[in-house]
Design a protein. Structure first.
Length: 435
């Protein structure tokens, strides 16, 4: 049996994809310990893993305020430095403390949880695997639209469309090379400063800080290529395992109106504000207004802020409802672009209306349009008319349902927890890249 250390940022969308992996590893007899915030301690213990607190590693809300860097590439590089480099020193300190009495064979951390495992390995620690809970970054050789750029983070976001035209793909390849090697140079410099401070030399010549976010040993990627652009340039240690969905919640107190959902004889529309960008005025309230007079049942979730004020007769609202309970009854989801909710919806064959602006959400919503599974509103603050129009189009055009069903069938070919556990066991046994 092997020892596994899991490390995640303490946010729902970052912890939940790892829950089924931890449970699968524990069921196979491995010793699993999980480093994250205290809010998730009980949920982690239910998998059979041991909870380990974050002592030096920062949470998202603990990271320093972004310095004024204006807009454009300096702001993008600054945001990614803050996300990947800033947490790494505290993570390294926590990992070294943990490994002083726990001989981990593998460290698994998720894709926005910093670069601490990479430093640990280069200082003599175990190999590290990455759990991809966000879209894979575009690489310097990629011919797809860049995942990050000033235009992606603009308001409204401007995401370049995927193209099979060779000239356009060559243009995208140049943009991706420039992003990694020129515009992201401050990220590489910050990483080299950190490496120097812990006794490591600079990054190997030609290797950028952005490339350091993919593990050279194993990348366990949630989802499948059915919900992405073609990516033949990905390295062989990247493995798509299917959607990593949260387990059944067990005992859950359903709202008093739940039977309205179960017995609905009209389309059920679910609108979610997500778990990070939670301002209900950006998506949730406009959706409620847009669908108030439609022959639909609207189920809205999004926290306390959305529970005030009178509601139309066709709206039901709750802080949250576990997806394993809700999604079997949903016909269309209106989402702010969070990848976890989107993958859960597609695993049920549910078409989507996406409106996201922050983090990687514009690029995720662009994939909704590219794969045909729904409509990308191309803004994080859509109008009432835009939302109503999009929902009616998705309901009225069976092509969206067919595309969502095609992705669901591709997802169903995978047993994500088992595949992830298999890959991690291979890394623990070989201590070498899993290809």
């Amino acid at each position: 049996m092997a020892n596994f250390l899991i490390s995640t940022m303490p946010e729902t969308g970052h912890v939940y994809p790892a829950l089924p992996i931890a449970a699968a590893l524990v069921q196979r007899g491995h010793d699993v310990r999980w480093h994250t915030g205290a809010d998730f301690a009980e949920r982690i213990r239910r998998t059979g893993a041991a909870y380990l607190p974050m002592r030096h590693a920062p949470r998202f809300q603990d990271l320093s305020r972004r310095p004024k860097q204006g807009r454009g590439w300096p702001a993008v590089a600054g945001a990614l430095t803050r996300l990947f480099v800033e947490p790494a020193r505290g993570q390294l300190m926590d990992y070294q403390d943990i490994l002083s009495d726990f001989a981990a064979d593998v460290v698994l951390n998720e894709s926005t949880a910093g670069l601490g495992p990479r430093l640990l390995y280069e200082l003599g620690g175990p190999p590290w695997a990455r759990l991809g809970v966000t879209p894979l970054p575009s690489l310097p050789t990629s011919v797809i639209p860049p995942l990050v750029s000033p235009s992606v983070f603009a308001d409204p976001p401007r995401v370049l469309p995927y193209s099979e035209d060779p000239a356009t793909q060559e243009r995208y390849r140049r943009l991706n090379w420039e992003a990694a090697n020129v515009h992201m140079a401050p990220l590489t410099e910050a990483l080299n400063e950190l490496r120097d401070s812990v006794g490591l030399g600079p990054q190997p010549a030609g290797e950028t800080g952005f490339a350091a976010t993919i593990s050279p040993f194993l990348q366990v990627q949630t989802g499948t290529p059915a919900f992405d652009y073609p990516r033949p340039e990905l390295p062989p240690q990247v493995h798509h395992v299917g959607p990593l969905l949260p387990p059944d919640p067990g005992v859950f107190e359903l709202p008093p109106w739940w039977e309205d959902v179960v017995a609905a004889d009209r389309p059920v529309i679910h609108v979610t504000q997500g778990t990070v960008a939670v301002d209900p005025s950006s998506l949730l309230r406009p959706t409620i207004e847009a669908l108030a007079d439609e022959d639909l049942l609207v189920v809205a979730t999004g926290g306390e802020a959305c529970e005030t004020g009178p509601l139309p007769a066709n709206v039901r609202i709750a802080r949250s409802i576990p997806y394993p309970l809700l999604l079997p009854h949903v016909d269309v989801m209106v989402t702010n672009g969070g990848i976890g909710g989107i993958l859960a919806a597609l695993a049920h064959g549910i078409p989507l209306v996406g409106g996201g602006r922050t983090e990687d959400k514009p690029a995720i919503c662009a994939r909704i349009a590219h794969t045909g599974v729904g409509i990308d509103l191309k803004t994080g603050t859509p109008s009432v008319a835009q939302i109503g129009d999009a929902v009616r189009r998705v309901i009225g055009d069976p092509a969206y349902q067919r595309a969502a069903s095609r992705v669901r069938a591709d997802f169903a070919r995978h047993d994500a927890p088992a595949e992830a556990a298999d890959l991690l066991e291979r890394l623990a046994a070989s201590q070498a890249p899993v290809v």
